[in-house]
Structure formats: structure tokens, C-alpha cells
Design a protein. Structure first.
Length: 791
RNA sequence: GCCGCUGUGGUGGAACUGGUAUACACGCAAGACUUAAAAUCUUGUGACCUCAACAGUCAUGUGGGUUCGAUUCCCGCCAGCGGCACCA
């Protein structure tokens, strides 16, 4: 049978019957919200990674639909972003046009691969009707004081000409283009995600993310508990405050260190030559150099002395770039006896090392004793610090506030207006969206301003508060902004008055299963959980649904045949369309699911793919051969079919697709005589994986509606037990023989013993051995513990 | 350094709640059909010992432990992968 003919035929049929895959708002059936990460529609089309992820989601969605669930399986486009902008610049075209072309291409490729998306709910982050709500969310953040403008040293990518969030800098390089990142100070919008740090940790309890994902989130937030402690500075009014997780080591604090960006350090630089010189050197180092040169410490004495509140000793305050300005208070108390970094610093600059706890055989001049347990002294010192009023308990986080401004064209305009009289004023809801104007030149500029800043008609506006002349913000939002909340918009994609109706959100939320890549397990998941928790706090989403995603499945990665990550430069890229052209969509889908466990990394292998093709051909021949069958299934076949139903059902539920395929192969290998009725069941079991072939076969078996909305077969317990089973008999734990026994009599131990006594093999063993113990697990196995007969 | 994960034939990988390890597939070998090839079908295929069969021995990274019985549970080690990392 020619797969091309079948594909064309059924694709047309499905196109004419979109109702097959619609999620129904008014249905009483149990809902199932299956979400796959929406793609960035790049110019190169769907790649294997997409196909793998979407096929997994599609198989699950189809399975659930046949099981009688009201399934929501939507798709959309995360279409803002640099590649489109760069491509538009290069080809002198409009990003809007390019995006349209790319999404059209993606959509048609997806339809060909038979993904059962509900296309009536399609969203696109670059639609003004969509980003209106992205902008609205930003305004709400601003109103709650969670978005603020700040002069911040940012990571500037000289190649992309934009600021980057800390999260987008990998090893000191731009995550996107790999260019070394520079430090610049620019006025930026910043979102206080840190305010939600604890909620983001606690909320994980409400989810069923796998441990890996939960840990990644917890580590990223990086909570540590301790105290802030104030140190007096000799001869000055201000104090130097530090954060420490170990107040019990206060007596061992023999010096202090400030980050070069610390206010006091900056002030001293004005009057002290050596401080000024050091700050200059520190600033010239990139973030990467600072962390790379971790072994060798550098620093300068500030000239100031602090007072250790525990013993009133004067201790020197140093300035060093090993202390981070962005963590804690930007200054530390150094306890060289109990911290490796402080120890290294003390050794280098000849500062005293005073142990707090004495450990036998420890040479504190040689190394720091770090692993000291928090004991009673810890609590005592914490209380003391609070009683004396020199500090208080608090937590500190690795998580930083989220830099939200980008200096690019192709993103959501930040809907803020700067009025000389009123300051920053949000655009009123009624004026949303702030539409991205279609302009001629998209080139980013070196001065750190978005191309929008050159469009006077966009920039100049009236202040919504006082009506005076004002100017619009010209920065745009980061890529994450549109993808933070898209799962809400699918629920009610055409709503003009709200993000989505509360009633519908109550019906559909939370997302039951969210399928995506490992690369989004930290940032995207954290950002979108944050936005959801925020929307919940302001009452924009139902408060009874505590977390947006219930379960997260992170699919694996498909490597090239050379076991390397696919990349154009390596020439090992597999294009799903090409595979589909050659072998058909069903083969591609089935192969992707059969390669290995859904969550693991696997290499592409054409041999295995041929095996899958062979199976589908065989399956097709098998159905055709038996479809005129007039006889009932044999007992053996009945058993196989019912076992297969149970197994496939369970494995699909657990996303164990590779074993589903194996079970179907087994069934086809083993079945001898089969009735048409049972044959249909087999076709149904295969339907989620191979939608085209099964639709064709389903029809050829006399059905006239789609197999994909047929009712999932149920197993019949009556046929699930074998009449005769092979009972393994082990001697001292090793299987020596198998005895045939009627299933109905497995509980009769006497009968089992009788059978054992008839086995030649066992007889032989028992001649020279004596049974000292028997363990019988009815139906499972019999274990004889024996001892050699002596004499 | 910290956190998480993985380790099973020549290969991808199965194995429920501690109960027949190696399902399914690939590859390989032999055979059938064919002028031939492809396709298809049949048989065999963990290692060692044996002409072969029977029997036996050893095998789930490694060393121990618990157990009648361990790929599965516990402890130690080794190797690899992923995330975080001068976070006080």
C-alpha cells in the first residue's frame, strides 16, 4: 500500500473534520490538558527535536481522547526573537512577513505529521491581540511595585547589541551567539522575581515534577538561611552590614571584605589612590575573568577598621572582587579559619587566622575547617545577635531580580510612558495594546537604545495622567515574556476583556502534563510559574489552582548517527520531512517512539528505523490477511489481545512509548487465528502511534467514522488468565525446571508437590539432597532450599 | 566542590510491589523462494566448556551486606552524563 496515497487521503479528511480534535468547553467529560512547548518558528522548519516532542504529546493526547477524556491539545507560536529580526535585517524584509511565512510552514508540516492539535485555539505571541495581555501583565507588575526602573550594570552582548539577563549568560558568553559579554550600566526595567522566591520553592510541593526538575529550580533559587549583622566602622557613622550563614563563627572574623562596587568602596576611591587603582582593574575584568581567576585572590586594604561586635577587636576592611556586589549586602565578614576563600585571602595578605572550634590534628594555618556542624552555638549566637540589636535572622537567595528590558525591535513594547511631571506612568488598559510600529530600519544601535527610539511618532505621546508631553519607553520585553502565560491564552484565545475567562480557567487549569526540553526546566518553568503565582495573587487566575503545571515530562534529545548533537556544521542533521518523504509519516512517528525511553538521549539509527518500517508493513499485511476472517479468535489470541490492551494502556499512561511498540510487535508475532472484532481492537491500540495507516485499516474493516474518536478497547478479565502456566521451580534460588500446572490449581500446594515429584530433573537433584525449606509463591515460583545428603 | 541522574548481550533497550535476567528491535550466521538481487519467510544467536546434545559454570560497572531468592533494597568504591558554582 502506498503511504503517500493514504496520507493525502486522510489528511484531507481530517482537514474537513476539524471537530475530531476540538477541546470542548461545554463537555462534561473529564478534562485533560496536554501541553507541548510551543516552538519558535525559525526559517529552517520543524527539526527532529520538535517532531520527537510533539509526537510524544500527540500519542498521549490521542490516547486520552480515545479513552473518553475531553482533551485540550493546543499549539501556537513563540514568534518574537532575534533570529527573525536578524533575518529580516539581512534580507531587508519585515519581521511580520517573515513570521507569517514561517508559521505557515510550521503549521503545514505539523498537519502532515498528523498532530491532533486543536487549531481553533492557535496563538501567536506577536499578534497585537495576544501581546496586549503580555503588556497588561507587565503593567500589573508595575502597579504592585514588582517592576521598577533601575540603573543596573548589565550584561551587554556587543554582537546582539542588547542587554541580557544573568540567565542568558553562559560561561561569560552570550547564550545565543557565543560572543563574550561586557559589563555596561544602563537604565533597565527590572522585575522583582526575588519577592516570590519562597513561594516558588513551596509551590513545588503541589506539583509532580520529577526530582531533577524540582532540584534544578531549588538550586537556581539557592536559598540560604542566616543573619544580617552590622559591624561598626571606626571613625565613621555608617555601619558595614554583612550576610552570614554562620553567625556562630563571628569570634573568628578577623577581617572584612567589600565588593569593588560597594558604596563605601566607591566613596573611598575618590580620595584614596590605591583604592581607585584597584577598582579600575576590577572593573576592567569581565565577569568571566573574575570567576575564572578564582584561585588567585586580589584585593586592597581600604584603610578602614571595623569592630567585631563579639570581642570589640579592631579588624581591617579590605576590598576584593571575590566578593559579589549582587549577593547579600555586597560585603562579608571573613572567617579564614572556617572558609576556604577567606583562608586563601588571609594567607595571601598575611591576615590573622583565628579558629572558633578546635579540632584535633588540624593545622589552621594550612587549611580551613569548613565542615563544622551547626550546633547549639549557632542558635545561641543568632539569639545573641538579635538581642544585642546588631543583626537579625534572614534568608538570602542566589536568584536575582529579572532584567526585563531588551534593546531590540522584534519584541513586545514595554507599555510605559515617561512624563517629566509624573514620572513613569503605565499605559491605561483601554489604550492597550501598544502596537509595535512597522518601521524601515531594525538595526540595533551601539548606544544601547532600541530602534524604536528613532521613531518620533512612536516615542512622543501624551501623559495619561496629566496630559502633558511625554515619551514612551522604547525598550522591548525579553523572549520569555510571551511564553510565560501562553497556556492560559489557549483556554480562551479570543477573549477581549480578560486574559481568559475565570470560568474557563477553572475548567481547564492546571495543565495536566507539560512536555518540553531540559533546557527549559529552570528558566522558562521558573519564570512562568512566577507569573502565574503573581496573577493568582492579584486575582487574575483562579486562586484554587495553586500551580500552573501539574506534571512535567522532559523529553530526551536525539543525536545524529555519529552520536553527536545535530548541527549544520557537523552535517549530521536529520530532517523529519525528508524521512517522511522516504518512509512515510507513520514510520517516522513510530520510529521516534520506539528509539528508546521518551526521556533519554538517543542517537538516530537507520537500521532500527527499517525495523519499524518492516513492522508497519507486516501489520498492514496482517490486518488484510485476517480481515475476512469468519472465525472467533483462538484462546491464545484472546489472551494475547487482552494482555496487550492492559499493557499498552498502562505504558501509554506512563509515557513508556518504546514498550508500547514492542508489545504491539509481540502481539502481531504471536497471534494465530483472530476475529474481525479483535482485529479492530488491535488497530485501535496502534492508532495513536500510526494515525494514517490505522485510519485506513479501520475504514477497510467496515467502520465509517474516524478511528481516532473511537472508544478505546477494554480488556476482558475472563481471557486474561492462562489456563496452564509454567511454574518455575528453583533449587537454592536457581531455576532448575519448569512444571506445567493448571492455573485453577495453583493454590493447591499438595498438587504442586505431586508435580514436582514427577519431574525427572528435580527427582535427580532431590536424590542426593534433602529439602530443608520450601518457599512457595502461588503462581509465581517454588523455591526449594536443599542440603546435600551425607551418607 | 555541591545537587541530580545513569551503568544490563556485538548495538538500541525490556523486566510488575524483591520472584523464570536479556522481552522487542537491530546486527550477524545458516536455510527457503529467485537466473540473480531486493523484498519476504524459517531457524539460530549472552559468555565459557563440548563435534553436538544433555548437563554444568559464570554473567545486570565493582566490592560487600540483608534475603529462601537481588538488575530491583542497604553500605562502600569506580566510570560516565546533566545542572549549579568565589552565593559568604
Amino acid at each position: 500500500m502506498d503511504f503517500k496515497v493514504i496520507e493525502t487521503k486522510w489528511q484531507k479528511f481530517w482537514e474537513e473534520h476539524p471537530e475530531l480534535y476540538l477541546a470542548k468547553d461545554e463537555s462534561d467529560k473529564e478534562k485533560k490538558y496536554v501541553l507541548v512547548e510551543f516552538p519558535y518558528p525559525s526559517g529552517s522548519g520543524l527539526h527532529v527535536g520538535h517532531a520527537f516532542s510533539f509526537t510524544g504529546g500527540d500519542v498521549y493526547a490521542r490516547f486520552k481522547r480515545m479513552k473518553g477524556n475531553n482533551v485540550m491539545f493546543p499549539m501556537g507560536w513563540d514568534a518574537f526573537g532575534l533570529p527573525t529580526e536578524n533575518y529580516a535585517i539581512k534580507t531587508k524584509r519585515k519581521p511580520q512577513e517573515v513570521t507569517k511565512e514561517n508559521t505557515d510552514m510550521f503549521r503545514s508540516q505539523m498537519k502532515r505529521l498528523a498532530y491532533s492539535f486543536d487549531w481553533s485555539r492557535e496563538v501567536n505571541t506577536t499578534d497585537a491581540n495576544y501581546y496586549k495581555w503580555t503588556q497588561w501583565i507587565f503593567i500589573e507588575l508595575f502597579k504592585k511595585g514588582l517592576a521598577y526602573k533601575k540603573e543596573v550594570p548589565i550584561n551587554w552582548c556587543p554582537s546582539c547589541k542588547t542587554g541580557l539577563a544573568n540567565e542568558e549568560v553562559v560561561d561569560g558568553k552570550c547564550e545565543r551567539c557565543g560572543e563574550g559579554v561586557e559589563r555596561r550600566t544602563i537604565s533597565q526595567w527590572v522585575v522583582k522575581i526575588t519577592e516570590y522566591a519562597d513561594k516558588l520553592i513551596d509551590g513545588l510541593k503541589e506539583t509532580e515534577f520529577i526530582e531533577k526538575v524540582k532540584q534544578a529550580q531549588v538550586n537556581w533559587i539557592g536559598k540560604s538561611e542566616g543573619a544580617r549583622v552590622k559591624f561598626k566602622i571606626k571613625g565613621r557613622k555608617e555601619v558595614l552590614e554583612v550576610f552570614t550563614t554562620r553567625p556562630d563563627t563571628l569570634p573568628g572574623a578577623t577581617f572584612m571584605v567589600m565588593a569593588p562596587e560597594h558604596e563605601i568602596a566607591l566613596e573611598l576611591a575618590r580620595s584614596k589612590e590605591d583604592v581607585r587603582e584597584y577598582l579600575k582593574i576590577a572593573r576592567s575584568k569581565s565577569e568571566m575573568e573574575r570567576t575564572e581567576l578564582s584561585k588567585e585572590k586580589s584585593g586592597v586594604f581600604s584603610g578602614l577598621m571595623a569592630i567585631n561586635p563579639v570581642n570589640d577587636k579592631e579588624i581591617p576592611i579590605w576590598i576584593s572582587d571575590f566578593v559579589l556586589a549582587s549577593y547579600g549586602t555586597g560585603a562579608i565578614m571573613a572567617v579564614p579559619a572556617h572558609d576556604e576563600r577567606d583562608h586563601a585571602f588571609a594567607k595571601k595578605f598575611g591576615l590573622p587566622i583565628v579558629p572558633v572550634i578546635n579540632v584535633e590534628g588540624w593545622d589552621f594555618e594550612d587549611k580551613a575547617m569548613v565542615e563544622v556542624e551547626k550546633g547549639a552555638e549557632f542558635m545561641k549566637m543568632l539569639d545573641w545577635v538579635e538581642d544585642e540589636g546588631i543583626g537579625k535572622r534572614c534568608s538570602s537567595y542566589h536568584l536575582r531580580d529579572w532584567i526585563f528590558s531588551r534593546q531590540h525591535y522584534w519584541g513586545e513594547p514595554i507599555p510605559m510612558i515617561n512624563c517629566p511631571k509624573c514620572g513613569w506612568v503605565p499605559v491605561p488598559k483601554t489604550d492597550l495594546p501598544v502596537v509595535l510600529p512597522e518601521i524601515e530600519a531594525y538595526e540595533p544601535t551601539d548606544d544601547g537604545k532600541s530602534p524604536l527610539s528613532k521613531i518620533d511618532s512612536f516615542v512622543n505621546c501624551k501623559c495619561p495622567v496629566c496630559g502633558g508631553e511625554a515619551k514612551r519607553e522604547t525598550d522591548t520585553m525579553p523572549n520569555w515574556a510571551g511564553s510565560d502565560w501562553y497556556f492560559l491564552r489557549y483556554i480562551d484565545p479570543h477573549n477581549d476583556t480578560d486574559i481568559a475567562s475565570a470560568e474557563l480557567m477553572k475548567k481547564w487549569m492546571p495543565v495536566d502534563v507539560y512536555i518540553g526540553g531540559d533546557e527549559h526546566n529552570t528558566l522558562h518553568l521558573l519564570y512562568s510559574r512566577f507569573i502565574y503565582l503573581f496573577l493568582k495573587d492579584i486575582g487574575a487566575v483562579p486562586k484554587e489552582i495553586s500551580e500552573p503545571y501539574f506534571k512535567r515530562i522532559s523529553h530526551g534529545v536525539i543525536l545524529g548517527t555519529d552520536n553527536q548533537r545535530m548541527s549544520k556544521s557537523k552535517g549530521n542533521v536529520i530532517v523529519p520531512e525528508t524521512v517522511a518523504d522516504k518512509f512515510g509519516v507513520d514510520v517516522l512517528r513510530l520510529y521516534l517512539m520506539f528509539m528508546g525511553p521518551f526521556e533519554s538521549t538517543m542517537a538516530w539509527n537507520e537500521n532500527t528505523l527499517m525495523g519499524v518500517k518492516r513492522f508497519l508493513d507486516k501489520f498492514n499485511r496482517f490486518v488484510i490477511k485476517h480481515k475476512k476472517s469468519l472465525s472467533d479468535s483462538s484462546n491464545k489470541s484472546k489472551l494475547i489481545i487482552n494482555k496487550t490492551i492492559v499493557g499498552v494502556d498502562k505504558d501509554l499512561e506512563n509515557f513508556s512509548f518504546n514498550t508500547v511498540v514492542a508489545k504491539l510487535m509481540e502481539a502481531v508475532n504471536e497471534i494465530d487465528v483472530i476475529s474481525v472484532e479483535d482485529l479492530k481492537k488491535l488497530v485501535q491500540l496502534c492508532a495513536p502511534l500510526a494515525p494514517y495507516l490505522t485510519e485506513e485499516l479501520w475504514q477497510s474493516l467496515g467502520e465509517d467514522s474516524s478511528v481516532h474518536i473511537s472508544e478505546w478497547p477494554e480488556s476482558n478479565k475472563e481471557y486474561l488468565t492462562e489456563e496452564v502456566i509454567q511454574l518455575p521451580v528453583a533449587v537454592n534460588g536457581k531455576v532448575k525446571d519448569k512444571i506445567e500446572i493448571e492455573f485453577a490449581r495453583i493454590a493447591e500446594k499438595d498438587y504442586v508437590d505431586l508435580l514436582v515429584s514427577k519431574s525427572e530433573k528435580l527427582k535427580k537433584i532431590l536424590e542426593s539432597n534433602k529439602i530443608i525449606r520450601e518457599i512457595y509463591v502461588p503462581g509465581k515460583m517454588l523455591n526449594l532450599v536443599v542440603k546435600e545428603n551425607k551418607g
